[in-house]
Design a protein around this ligand. Sequence first.
Ligand SMILES: [Cu+2]
Length: 125
Amino acid sequence: MDNTEIMVTVAGLGLIGFVLWYFFFSARVVASAVVAAGGVQQVDITVRGGYSPALIEVEAGRPVQLRFYRDEEASCSEELLLPDFNIRRELPAFQTTVVDLLPQQPGSFEFTCGMGMLRGRLLVK
Ligand SMILES: [Cu+2]
């Protein structure tokens, strides 16, 4: 191998490493619910230009309480939709809005802002 080949190989390995790192760490952004008294699965979500965390893992058959704190006034995030649960909710700025639901079935359920621009996902196991 000459120097160019070595450089290309190193760059390629670096890129692969980066992709693996990215997926590994994105996977870790999945938040599992904290099970509070009464078996309610609570998750705190910050809303600011997106949902953080955007991937939330919960267990089926147990009540879920999503606590959205909207940390901005940007109008994009003022409405929250969880179509699979028929939920449409206003999120007042700088307040926590509690959304209760009971996922009966395992699955992957999207939640979005009113325009479908901000996206998050509830993974029910
Ligand atoms: Cu929006």
